[in-house]
Structures are given as C-alpha cells and as structure tokens.
Design a protein around this ligand. Sequence first.
Ligand SMILES: Cc1cc2nc3c(=O)[nH]c(=O)nc-3n(C[C@H](O)[C@H](O)[C@H](O)COP(=O)(O)OP(=O)(O)OC[C@H]3O[C@@H](n4cnc5c(N)ncnc54)[C@H](O)[C@@H]3O)c2cc1C
Length: 705
Amino acid sequence: MKRIRVCIIGGGASGLGCARVLSSGEYNCEPTIFEQNSFIGGQWHYDSDGLSPTTAVYKNLKTNLPCSVMQFSDFPFTNIEPESYIGCKEVEEYLIAYADKFQLFKYIHLNTKVNSIDDTFTVTYTIRFNSKNELIHRPHQTLLEENENYAVYSEQFDAVCVANGHYSDTYMPNDIPGLNNQSFPIIHSRSYRDPDHYRDQCVIVVGASQSGVDICGELVSVAKQVILSMKEENNDLNFTIDCLRQSGKTLCTNYLSTNFSIVSPIERIDDDTVFFKNQTSIKPDLIIFATGYEYRMPFLQGKLQVDQTRLFQNRYLYPLYKQIFHANFPNGTLSFLTVPYRIVPFPLAEFQSHLIARVLCGKMSLPSQDEMICEIDNLSLPHNRTYHCMPQYSFDEIPQIEPRSRVAIVTGANEGIGKVTTRELVRKGWYVIVACRNAEKAQKAIDDIRREINMPDAPLDFIQLNLSSLMSVRKFVDEFHERQLPLHLLINNAGIFGSEFESSECGEELQFTTNHLGHFLLTNLLLNDLRACIPSRIVIVSSGAHLNAPNIEFDDQIRRQPHPTSNVAKFRAGLRGYSQSKLANVMMCTELAHRLGPESKVYCNTLHPGVVKSAIWNNLKWSGRLMRPFMRTVDNGAMTTLYVATHPDIENNNIRGTYFVPSKTLPPPYCRPAIGKTNPITNDREQCQRLWQLSQRLTNLTSTI
Ligand SMILES: Cc1cc2nc3c(=O)[nH]c(=O)nc-3n(C[C@H](O)[C@H](O)[C@H](O)COP(=O)(O)OP(=O)(O)OC[C@H]3O[C@@H](n4cnc5c(N)ncnc54)[C@H](O)[C@@H]3O)c2cc1C
C-alpha cells in the first residue's frame, strides 16, 4: 500500500517526536523533516553569540519542568539523577540521542527552509550548501532555481505537519512613546545569553513572566542595577512579590540583593531616560524586553493560512480544530504541533502526532469543515497567556480515603507546615496524632483545624512529645501503643533552629538532638508498627541547608563544644549545627531505606519544604525579617510533605531513600515537587552507617533494624 508522505516543518522536539511516531511502523506514513538550521533540537541549541533567530535558550538556563515530566514516553532522560531540572545542553543531547536511537536522521534535511506551501501541498523549499556535492536528490522534487550557494525545489506531499515552534518571532510593545529613538541599546530576551555581558550595567527588564523573572535573577549578581518593570501598579515590594508568587513565578534568593527593584510599566522614553508610570525615571545602559513571542507561519498561503488576530486576544490560531487540525482540511492533511501555551511540549507533541497519524490513516475521522468551524467559533477559552507548564500540585490531589481508615503521626503538628500537613490529612480522612511538646498549643491547633475544615469531630488526638528528651520519646511511643492503633504514616516534621548553644538532657547539642536524635529514636521504636501496616510511609522533613554541612562531626568532644560568644560567630555556629542536623535527616533516610531493603513496603523519603514563613525563624531577628518577603507560605511549604506522604507516585514508582524539593528556586513551585540534589556525603554508605551507629549509641537503642 502506498505510504502517506508527510512533510514536517521543523526539526525541534515537536518535529522529531512527530517523525518518531509516524515512522514507528504503527502507521502507514513516511515522514520528511525540513529544518532550516544546520542542527536539530530547535530551541535547545545554545548559540553563545545570541544571533540565531531561532533559538532563545541562555547559558545558565535550567528547565522549568522536571526532566521526568518533559521526556518522550519511550525515551527517558538518563544519567542526570538526582537532579530534576537540567541545563539546555543536556536537553539538546537528549534530542540528538532520541533521533539517533529511533533512526530519524534519514528523514531529516538540514539547512532546508520551507518557503511556501500551496493547497495541493506542494512545498517549496530552499537548501543552502557550501558545495553542490552536499545535495541529496529526492525522487519527488523539482528544481526551480539554483546557484552556487543554494537551490530551490518544489515537492508535493500528501500532508503537512507544522512544527516550526513559537519562540522565534519576538513580540515588542508598540505603545511606548520614544521607543526606537532612544540612545541606549534594546534587546529582546531571545537574544539574552550570559549575565556576564551586562556586568556593572544598569539594566531594565520589561515583563515579569517566566524569562523576565529568571533573567533578573541571573543579572542581580553581576549588574550594577536591575529594574524589573512589570504591570502590577504597586510599588510595595512585598505586595509585588506576593503577586509574582501567586502567579507562580520564580524568584531566587538573589532578589534579596539591594541592587534589585521592581517598578511600574514604562510610560515613555526620552533619549537616554526611561520614565515609568509611577513618576520615577532612570538612565539605563540597556533594556531587555522579555515580552514574549508571536506565532508566525509565513509559508502558509491561500486557504492554508491561519489568523491569530481573530480569537482570544491574539492567542488562538484560527481556524485550528482542537488547536491541531486546520478546519479547511477535514481529512487532517494540515496539522500543527504544540500550539497551545499551557502545555508540556514533548509529550504533547508525541500525543498529538498519534492523533494526526490516526486521522491520516483513516483510523479516526474528523467532523465536517462546517462542524469544526462552528465548534471553534463557539469556543470559550481563558484569555490569559501562559507558558508551558503543568498544573501546580495542590491539596486537591491528596487522595481521599475511607474516614479514619489510616493513622498518621505528625511531629510538630501544632504550628507551621506541621499544622497544615495535619489539617490536610484529616480533611482527606486520616486519623492524626498531634505529637508536640505543649498540650495547650496542641489543643489550640486541634480546635483551629476543626474550625478551618468545618469538621467539629475531626479525628485528631494529642500525645505529648518532646523530641529533645529521649525519655519523652519513649513515653510517647508507650502512650501511642496503649491506644492500640495501627500506624500507616510517620511524618518527622518538627525542627528547631537556634544560634545560642544549648545542651539537651542527653548532653548533646539541642538542634542535633531535637531534629535528628529524637526522630531517630522515634522512628526506630515505631518501625514494627509501620511494618505491620504496609504499605506505609516515613517522611523526614529535612532542609536544603543540609547541603551546607561538610559532614557529621563524629567526635563527641567537638560536636558538643559550646558556640563562640560573638554574635556573628554564634550565628555561624548555630547554622552549622542546624545544617548538620538536617544532613543527619537525609543520611538517616538513605540508611533506613537501605536497611529496609528494596522490597520493603515501608517507603522512607525525605524532603526540603522550601524556605517557609514558619516559627523556626523567630530566633533570627534581622536576617529572618529580611528574608520573610521571599519565603513560601506555610500552605505552600506543606505541599512537598503532603506529596511525599500521600502521592501514589511514591508506591507506583517504588520511590525510597529519595530527597524531594518543591521546585528549583524560591518561592513557590509552579509545577510539582521533584527529586533534588543532595549532599554527596548522603551517598556514602560507610558514613551513613557510621551516623546510624552513633545515633544508636547516643539514644541507648539496644536493637535496631
Ligand atoms: C527560554 C525557553 C525556556 C524553555 N524551557 C522549557 C522547559 O524547561 N521545558 C520544556 O518542556 N519546554 C521549555 N521551553 C519550550 C520549548 O520551546 C519546547 O520544549 C520545545 O523545545 C518546542 O519544540 P518545537 O519543536 O515545537 O519548537 P522549536 O524548538 O522552536 O523548533 C522549531 C524548529 O523549526 C524550525 N523552523 C522554523 N521555521 C522553519 C521553516 N520555514 N523551514 C524549516 N524549518 C523551520 C526552526 O529552525 C526550529 O529548529 C522553553 C522555551 C524557551 C524559549
């Protein structure tokens, strides 16, 4: 049977995914990719001089989706564990390996730009070459024009699939008086490559979407001044940052820098001066417009054309049915990949390609042209433009269980993320033991939670637990056992931070005792309960601070040494102790996962909740206050704990001994918790075993797993 010849325009991720699907043998299709560049991978090719009109990735760019989410279904990213967010070079290498693995190079024609397509699907394209010997002649092509640099051909196909990307044609505002007559340079974020190019300069970045915010974060460490001009008409930094947060933007700790400010939109430009709508002005060295992109498909002619000005504030390509099929071609012969904005591009391209192939092969049919147009005209899509993303992980995703059918213990459940964690577990049917020091505070938390979730008899129970006292830990476990309850989930959440040196009852430094030793003992004493209720989970709330600790101080004398007295040295020593206790949390998790073994149905994982506005910072007077606007809300902080505690992914993917982070930067995640980078020491089994033995000795634990 004659194969359906499909011309794919563009050799980026979408075009490659489509070629893979069409050539898989599942469909009677033969792909041909025309790619105007001399490389494949589209956007992911890093071009250091910033001159390429087709790529926009910059030197330090990290993906904003975890790679496990970005990847094609049949080709996982490899060798990048444990980090979820990777650089553009790794993505480009992945795409090349993908093309190689599925033998796609034979379908790809590089340096070949599609100029036009008519309604008989005759495609006209120009091939650039250094020497005519490079030309490979194709059976169906007709030569139209030729010289020593290029040749123009036409070739008829049965179908065309447009995969030309939509990050090439930049959008610049056209309503700023004086723009284009200014005396300083302006660029679009597409040409931004390396923060070093802007060292000691005063840079205005216009637009607080994904790229604008990310670029500001890079620039603040090198530029003299960075000014983010954004739409929110409010100059209060906290308010603006909250706005950014709520809309899910990334901000990094660099924003604490004093050379960064946020201003209102530009009103006008007068030669060397930019005037903002809030009556301020500045003489910048440069403006970077991070104002987004436009769709452009100049090669489509006649009835193939699409119109982006017709629907939804220029954000809908008319008339695309389901944003894939051109409604003028009801047999699906003209299709478009990854056009919508709110997407995860690689898997979407793959999924859409299956649909396209099914329609082309007659396995599926589209409605009539009139029916498609009618449906498109009656669409009611949201107006806002968003970038590729996944829906944020939210409390709604926590599985609802049979009320009181599962029991959890949450330490430090009376405030902060512990309280939110408890609230959300109870809301979804869990029976939760509130394990904390102060009975009065615990009762208040229980009352608050019951009121907040409107469940006056919500199954919450208090058992006193002071993690800095090993006696209290043992007493807690005895009391828990007296209740004869099962145990399905232990959340080691409580934690303290302190710069003053304090010793606990057992003679150890207080942070090490509370954050690690108390939890170590608690976990060991409850292990049999958890093993009796499989599948069960242990969640250890650690912190990104664990990355700062070089190792555990194994020498008892040095570890127990009081802090120096000067304020700065005291603070440093406190932080060192805190980081060490958090490193111990991760090492304990790794070691416990080893000891439980790969077949165990007790899943033990750890996490960094993000820098959260919680009581732990109360001891930090000035620095705590300074950091506050940049911290996550407690609700947001609890999301990572709840994900690790309840998400089916953990069991489905057999995840154990793993460290999760909320997202790549502060504040909130705009997708979902992902696997994070840990301190290399946590992979050193010998050190983890050594910590286990030390902890066993310090807690007088006679037997362990
Ligand atoms: C700064 C930035 C960060 C991003 N971060 C992420 C991320 O973290 N995760 C994620 O999943 N996605 C991210 N994306 C989105 C990214 O664009 C998609 O993941 C994906 O690479 C899009 O692939 P594509 O093939 O559709 O488009 P592109 O990669 O743009 O490829 C289109 C190809 O078509 C070619 N082409 C165009 N016109 C013609 C023509 N007339 N003839 C021949 N060839 C033509 C171009 O040369 C190009 O190679 C990011 C995008 C940008 C700009």
